[in-house]
Design a protein around this ligand. Structure first.
Ligand code: ADP
Length: 327
């Protein structure tokens, strides 16, 4: 698709270039031809000596005009051929360069759509299989039916999170920033992960004090929620996760520290990419997720004019830090 578009754009550049070049040649030719007649002027004394009549002088003059015109025509044809060849190559390079950003964004969109479709298919297949098996059984007891429904509900919840994240990632809306109480947003985010933390007997230590920052309340809660959710998911049972703030100049750094599995330096550069998940065979754990949380968190933090950074050591734990402007 993009190679034919590149050729078409090259064609248009060439049409423009050649039109200008031919127009320039015509103008030059017309002006030069008029000037030849005038500039050659009267014959030089040496020439006149051999002229018998005015008619001879006129013939010689015409001959010189014709010779110069022929040389000019040859030069202009060579010039136009050079423009055609050189301009063709240049136009192609220029067309390729013009279309490259579009091609990159198109590739990203195609990848995003196919990855999203792939992720959506897995829970749907699980639900379909479970419901089909349940329907095939002739005598389904109430507890069995409840089990299927509970499992389906779990998958629906997962699909809901996935579609929420996909929607938020797909819409490039601008966030209106206001003064937000950081401590309140943190408490809201902690409340959302309490059940998950309790299921793994993980303590969440919140040392965030009163601070006012320039942010978007809901997005800030989502970002801290994602970081806490990950910290819990990738930490061992009975561990502790700590939330801290540091004031540096006009900025506030909010850090989420865990003592979990950690992330290798190679993976640290990739975890913010959409759908990227660290190979579970390396982490020896199967943790649920779609690889969208951190890319969404980074999108939201950037929209709040902040930074999201990670420091981590494999096997020791991770620190994710969000830096935002103080209000
Ligand atoms: P998800 O957690 O749904 O897989 P994320 O985008 O939130 O997706 O994270 C991407 C990957 O980064 C995760 O799959 C995991 O391998 C790694 N990761 C994120 N947070 C942590 C953490 N606190 N400790 C260890 N690994 C993490």
């Amino acid at each position: 698709m993009f190679s034919s578009a590149t050729l078409r754009l090259t064609g248009w550049y060439m049409v423009l270039l050649m039109s200008l070049s031919i127009l320039f040649s015509i103008v030059l030719f017309t002006v030069a031809r008029n000037e030849f007649g005038r500039a050659l002027g009267p014959m030089r004394p040496g020439e006149i000596r051999f002229m018998l009549t005015d008619k001879d002088a006129q013939t010689v003059r015409q001959q010189r005009i014709d010779d110069s015109t022929a040389r000019l025509v040859v030069s202009l044809v060579i010039f136009n051929l050079a423009v055609l060849v050189g301009g063709g190559a240049l136009s192609y390079a220029l067309a390729k360069r013009t279309l490259r950003p579009l091609e990159v964004s198109h590739e990203a969109q195609v990848r995003f759509t196919s990855d999203a479709a792939h992720e959506l298919r897995t829970p749907l297949t699980v639900m379909q299989t479970e419901v089909e098996v349940a329907l095939r059984q002739t005598k389904t007891t109430l507890p069995q039916a409840k089990k299927v429904l509970a499992s389906t509900l779990e998958e629906v919840a997962r699909l809901r999170t996935l579609t929420d994240h996909l929607l938020q990632l797909a819409t490039e809306q601008e966030l209106s920033l206001t003064t937000v109480r950081l401590d309140e947003a943190v408490i809201e985010a902690v409340t959302r992960v309490v059940t998950l933390a309790q299921s793994k007997h993980i303590a969440v230590e919140n040392t965030v004090g009163v601070a006012r920052i320039l942010a978007h309340h809901d997005s800030l809660v989502t970002v801290i929620g994602i970081l806490l959710d990950n910290a819990i998911k990738y930490s061992p049972d009975n561990s502790t996760i700590t939330l801290r703030t540091t004031l540096v100049g006009g900025e506030v750094a909010i850090s989420v520290t865990d003592t979990g599995i950690g992330i290798s330096s190679e993976d640290q550069t990739k975890i913010f990419e959409r759908f990227y998940r660290v190979d579970s065979s390396r982490t020896k754990q199967t943790v649920e997720g779609y690889g969208l949380g951190l890319s969404l968190a980074q999108r939201l933090v950037l929209a709040m004019n902040g930074r999201l950074e990670v420091r981590s050591e494999l096997g020791s734990g991770s620190v994710f830090t969000v830096t935002l402007t103080r209000a």
